[in-house]
Design a protein around this ligand. Structure first.
Ligand SMILES: [Zn+2]
Length: 289
């Protein structure tokens, strides 16, 4: 068995997918007779070799190191033992159902986020990142305003030029990531007009016209300058936002700025058909290869 593991792993490591892979710490069985190397981050406990993790589960675990202990019987297992349902087995969800009744599997697999500045304009009903399983974010960042506040800290936004104080979460080291983004942007004066008067970071609230919590509730989201922003809700009525009405795409935010945020694990609301071009939120699971 040991021989088989080593042999299969080496074969796989010559594949294109493995060329850029960091240290391989373990192997596991994906399907019967197939052994897939798993790239792990510190703190992840892998399942036994007999268990199969769907690739999207691997992606989620890799994107949020330190939070999970495994995956079992269609449930993601958090380090404290909490089991969270992965797939509710409902296929053929409508667009509205994906947005309002998502499970974790939908969050990971229903819409692929196109990374980079050459991404095409979003097609109708393509909102990669708006499909979210709310209990996941409550568990990770805090299930109430008070719980989220316990994890907040202050960063200085563009300290050399603007020196604004913003509140962000320390969970997932987001405060450090946001500070690094800010330090980089401080040296790029051509982008500063888009970064002045940021629309906000933390605010526990529901998304206007819905029962869903805004990602601003969790302190891992920032709106840049509203003055240069476009938002689908400013263009059409709320009741027309079920994905059937044609919305004319608008954006004034430079993609140079978007690429910087993406490189730190933040997705951009300008890549949604229901665009929100001031909005960046920390969703590394959609940016992980
Ligand atoms: Zn926002």
């Amino acid at each position: 068995m040991k021989k088989l593991l080593i042999y299969s792993c080496c074969l796989l490591c010559f594949s294109a997918a493995c060329q850029n892979a960091p240290l391989i710490e373990s192997v596991r069985i994906e399907k019967k007779d197939t052994i897939v190397p798993v790239k792990t981050d510190a703190g992840i406990v892998l399942a036994s070799e007999q268990q199969a993790y769907p690739l999207s589960v691997q992606k989620l675990i890799k994107a949020y190191p330190g939070h999970f202990s495994g995956f079992e019987d269609n449930h993601l297992i958090w380090k404290d033992g909490t089991k969270m349902l992965w797939d509710d087995a409902r296929k053929d969800k409508t667009f509205s159902q994906l947005i309002n009744e998502s499970d974790l599997e939908d969050q990971l697999t229903s819409m692929a986020y196109p990374k980079g500045k050459d991404a095409p304009k979003p097609k109708q009903k393509e909102d990669p990142g708006r499909v979210r399983y709310e209990p996941f974010f409550k568990k990770m960042y805090g299930a109430s305003a008070e719980a989220v506040k316990k994890n907040l800290t202050t960063i200085v936004w563009l300290s050399k030029t603007m020196n604004l104080k913003l509140q962000v979460t320390t969970v997932n080291d987001i405060h450090k990531k946001m500070q690094e983004i800010s330090n980089r942007l401080d040296t790029m004066p051509q982008l500063h007009k888009y970064l002045k008067n940021p629309g906000g970071t933390f605010m526990w609230r529901k998304i206007a016209g819905t029962d869903r919590l805004s990602m601003h509730s969790f302190g891992m989201t920032i709106d840049v300058n509203v003055e240069f922003s476009d938002y689908w809700r400013w263009a059409i009525k709320e009741e027309e936002g079920d994905g059937t009405r044609i919305i004319e795409y608008k954006n004034r935010i430079p993609l140079e700025l978007v690429e910087i945020f993406e490189s730190y694990g933040f997705i951009w609301g300008g890549k949604w058909y229901h665009y929100d071009t001031m909005h960046f939120e920390y969703r590394p699971e959609l940016l992980t290869d």
